[in-house]
Design a protein around this ligand. Structure first.
Ligand SMILES: [Zn+2]
Length: 420
């Protein structure tokens, strides 16, 4: 039985007076989701820990059954998503060109100097130091003003903090060893701080930035860094769960996650095309992802999320038919909560979830929403999802059976045959 996980990114939300005290999902007119819900086992899922806001990459890592202790850092996912060749003795950081002013430190006037042309970016890139101490530095553009910084050296560590404070009205932060006192973390942080000082001096004095200031434009006189990551040693998704898997998405981050976990990636141009691709493609596990819900919430107008949810709902008809015919096993949920108002970027509430297909204990919830689903039968964590899907689809391994050299969560497709 093919499993389809329909993941509406940042689905969870908070009630708002503009929506008569409802959340966008509760307020939206979603007949298809509600039809599924009437035929589903429903409940709520805590993405990782109660009250803890997560980014999409972390939430997905957990949903796909991986332990956060193994998480390699977002920098590596971004690097993979741009097809950067990953080396062993290197770390990868996400960067953006920024405007800073010296005010008792480097005050960040603008985290993103948005209007840089590609020619300007290439010129700025030439001004970056190539090496500091025993480390070499290489910057590559990803999208627009965003890029990936590679730091390479013998004594290298990704356990270093960010120079980008992430929030507005703040200062560039000193890079420190992060949760580590290893010599590699100390030396990598030290080299990066020296690199960033040189970057500031070179960019601030550069001709490009003098010209930009004269023309009334914001200068790009700093390179903010964050989310250092390193090549991980992870089991790929199929080894871990016994499922041939792919991600169907339009997002570049999802491409990076697929590469990280050895899943195939299918890109769609419109969500309705994604629905058809998910139904047509030949995999055991298909992750059908849309970022539209999260992006709508980031506009900080709950009505935009309502609109997007209604549009998505109107496009999932074929998925509903397949699930109700038991041609596929369908699960619908979000990866985290993105409040569509207030100062939080993401927040830490649980998300609603529903399972549709054979072997489900259909319960009595008939509308898909954050609060209606609390009347359903399931209370779960994101880390439970893969085991539950293996169980629903009759693939779960009887606990403590020893089929091969490792404890498996699934009945293996192949065994190591004994030869007489
Ligand atoms: Zn988001």
């Amino acid at each position: 039985m093919k499993i389809v996980l329909l993941l509406l990114d940042g689905l969870g939300d908070r009630p708002h007076s503009i929506l008569k005290g409802k959340t966008p999902l509760e307020y939206a007119n979603t007949p298809n989701l509600d039809r599924l819900c009437k035929n589903a086992e429903t409940g709520i899922m805590i993405p990782w820990k109660q009250g803890l806001p997560l980014g999409t990459e972390v939430a997905h890592f957990i949903l796909f059954g991986y332990d956060m202790k193994e998480f390699p850092g977002r920098g590596i996912i971004n690097a993979l998503s741009r097809d950067v060749e990953i080396e062993e003795k290197a770390v990868y950081l996400c960067t953006s060109w920024a405007w800073v002013e010296e005010k008792d430190g480097l005050f960040i006037e603008e985290r993103f100097t948005e209007d840089l042309s590609t020619e300007e970016i290439l010129e700025l890139m030439k001004l970056l130091p190539k090496s500091v101490n025993n480390y070499s530095f290489k910057w590559q553009q990803s999208i627009g003003i965003h890029g990936v910084l590679e730091i390479k050296g013998e004594n290298i560590s990704s356990d270093i903090s960010d120079s980008d404070p992430f929030y507005d009205n703040s200062y560039v932060m000193t890079v420190e060893p992060f949760e580590s006192n290893s010599s590699s973390a100390i030396e990598t942080a030290e080299a990066l701080n020296i690199f960033l000082k040189k970057v500031y001096r070179a960019l601030n004095a550069s001709e490009i930035n003098q010209k930009r200031k004269q023309n009334g434009k914001q200068p790009a006189n700093f390179l903010l860094t964050k989310w250092a990551g390193r090549k991980p040693d992870l089991l790929n998704f199929e080894e871990k769960h016994g499922l041939k898997a792919c991600i169907v998405s339009s997002g570049i981050l999802m491409y990076g996650i697929a590469k990280l976990l050895g899943m195939d990636f299918i890109k769609y141009n419109s969500f309705s095309e994604g629905v058809n691709l998910a139904l047509k493609s030949d995999y055991d596990f298909i992750h059908l992802h849309t970022k539209e819900t999260d992006e709508a919430a980031h506009t900080k107008d709950p009505r935009n999320k309502v609109k997007v949810l209604e549009e998505i709902d109107s496009q999932i008809g074929p998925l509903v038919e397949s699930a109700l015919n038991e041609d596929i096993f369908l699960v619908v949920t979000g990866d985290h909560t993105t409040p569509s108002f207030g100062p939080m970027i993401h927040s830490g509430e649980p998300v609603p979830i529903m399972f549709i297909g054979k072997n489900t204990r259909v319960d009595y919830v008939d509308t898909f929403g954050e609060r209606s689903c609390t009347r359903g039968s399931i209370r779960m964590y994101g880390s439970d999802l893969m085991q539950m899907l293996l169980n629903y689809t009759d693939r779960a391994q009887f606990y403590n059976y020893r089929q091969g050299s490792k404890q498996l969560n699934h009945i293996p497709k192949k065994i190591n045959k004994f030869c007489p």
